[in-house]
Design a binder for this molecule. Structure first.
Ligand SMILES: NC(=O)c1ccc[n+]([C@@H]2O[C@H](COP(=O)([O-])OP(=O)(O)OC[C@H]3O[C@@H](n4cnc5c(N)ncnc54)[C@H](OP(=O)(O)O)[C@@H]3O)[C@@H](O)[C@H]2O)c1
Length: 264
């Protein structure tokens, strides 16, 4: 067993964390989407991995139990776990019933190869500095980029906007395109989506924004609104939010919003 070096004290430098010892034994509880992926990734990183274990299976005693179960089952799984330390993978859940948490800022369907975690951000936390350090070490051992957040609910809402709500909007785009005669809407819309994301990453939304709203072409916006009648409420809400972005003063590339700015 080895959980790495002693507590370095407050102000942990996530970038210089040492990797945890590879003889650390880890049980993965929960054999769903992320349970399978995280087990494969931990194995590929050289850890002594057991599982993933399904609901009615019994995990052995280990140094660490990672609870890859739905958020509502974390309490029950933590009670059953027989490990020196417990961790969950949830973005929204606090540390009431586990020692540490590692939330990969990525979406998984369960079929991904181990390398899928490389370069992915991971929000890490721990009850103590040692626990937080262990969470950061594990994230780094899997090739992820550990970071900490001050407001979990806000952070998780950001993740939902970036993934779940994007899919909701894309589903509407697919339906509208299909209804207007496009045969393979996902294949044809995907390059547009990817380019928009690339532009947003480089420059921020204001500089990346194109289309009738930012051009002030209200006649075209009205025609689009009429054609989107089935999705009228969503169109109106998104058009209002887009007008707000278009009304921002600076067309130049925006610096990324920072924590200090968010607190101001
Ligand atoms: N998937 C993602 O993209 C993603 C991304 C980041 C973080 N996460 C986090 O990862 C965790 C797992 O999410 P998931 O998407 O992998 O969920 P999932 O696909 O629904 O898998 C959860 C698994 O846990 C099992 N389970 C439920 N209660 C259990 C218990 N008491 N003991 C043992 N196993 C139990 C379920 O079995 P049954 O089928 O029998 O109920 C299911 O196989 C969540 O905290 C989630 O927030 C997921």
């Amino acid at each position: 067993m080895g959980f790495g070096p002693p507590d370095p004290g407050p102000g942990i430098d996530m970038e210089s964390l040492p990797l945890p010892a590879s003889d650390t034994s880890i049980a993965v509880i929960g054999a769903g989407r992320l349970g399978g992926v995280i087990s494969r990734a931990l194995r590929a990183a050289g850890f002594d991995v057991h599982g993933p274990f399904g609901r009615d299976e019994h995990a052995p005693e280990t140094d660490l139990a990672i609870l890859a179960v739905p958020d509502s089952a974390i309490g029950e799984a933590a009670e059953k776990a027989r490990a020196a330390k417990t961790a969950h993978l949830s973005g929204a859940t606090g540390l009431d019933v586990v020692d540490l948490s590692i939330h990969p800022l990525q979406t998984f369907t369960g079929t991904e190869p181990p390398g899928v975690l490389h370069g992915v951000g991971a929000a890490v936390d721990g009850r103590t500095d040692d626990d937080r350090q262990l969470a950061g070490q594990l994230a780094r051992a899997l090739g992820m980029i550990p970071f900490t957040v001050t407001d979990r609910a806000g952070y998780h809402a950001a993740a939902s906007f970036a993934s779940n709500f994007v899919l909701t909007v894309l589903d509407v785009a697919e339906r509208l395109a299909a209804a207007s005669g496009v045969d393979n809407p996902r294949d044809l819309l995907a390059p547009l989506v990817r380019q928009s994301v690339d532009n947003w990453q480089r420059q921020g939304a204001r500089a990346a924004l194109t289309g009738p709203i930012v051009r002030g072409d209200e006649a075209t916006v009205a025609r689009q609104r009429a054609a989107s009648a089935q999705h009228g409420e969503l169109f109106d809400a998104l058009a209002a939010a887009t007008r707000e972005i278009a009304g921002r003063p600076d067309r130049d590339a925006e610096p990324q919003h920072t924590e200090d700015e968010g607190r101001a």
